[in-house]
Design a protein around this ligand. Structure first.
Ligand code: GLN
Length: 167
């Protein structure tokens, strides 16, 4: 992609081999949970992330990382948290360390979750309506919105920077 990485889709445990970084995308968390179970991906994913692989979760990807799913991020999320009227919306969001008020993130929220509760190790990087929508715990970064729809590369660039630091 434009940042110089060679992304590939992973659907099997073997597909995880040799990855330098991981993105868990948006979608539908119930479907993703079933797919992860069916394909035996839960343990290999946990091993990969716990080994220090830089990881980005977006929207349903944030849900998948939480305590009730893969348990790789010390957060509890609320699905479809913004309610019916606000099921989908766009907003300019400041994300600490990534996007300030002068150059905010154009964030697209689609039936997005928010973070309901989090542990002490979790850093909140952005909030909407007083609820965390971007969090980081070490090498795991997760956002409730879709960064790729507005084409903002800053979060993916962070992943690649982490890969370089690990090298
Ligand atoms: N509403 C979806 C879920 O609960 C997430 C939506 C998304 O990823 N855009 O899984």
């Amino acid at each position: 992609m434009e940042l110089g990485a060679a992304p590939r889709e992973v659907r099997t445990p073997a597909g995880l081999e040799g990855l330098d970084a991981l993105v868990i995308p948006g979608g539908e968390s119930t479907t993703m949970t079933l797919g992860i179970e069916r394909d035996g991906l839960a343990e290999p994913l946990r091993d990969l992330v716990r080994a220090g692989t830089p990881t980005l979760g977006t929207c349903a990807g944030l849900i998948m990382l939480d305590r009730d799913h893969l348990d790789l991020l010390d957060v509890r999320t609320r699905r479809n948290a913004f309610g019916r009227q606000l099921a989908s919306f766009e907003s300019d969001v400041e994300v600490e360390g990534f996007a300030d008020a002068d150059n905010p993130f154009r964030a697209v929220f689609i039936r997005a979750p928010w973070v309901e509760e989090h542990g002490d190790e979790v850093e909140v990087l952005a909030e909407v309506e007083g609820h965390p929508v971007a969090v980081r715990e070490g090498h795991v970064l997760a956002v409730a919105f879709h960064p790729e729809i507005a084409g903002d590369p800053r979060l993916h660039a962070w992943l690649l920077e982490k890969v370089r630091q690990n090298a």
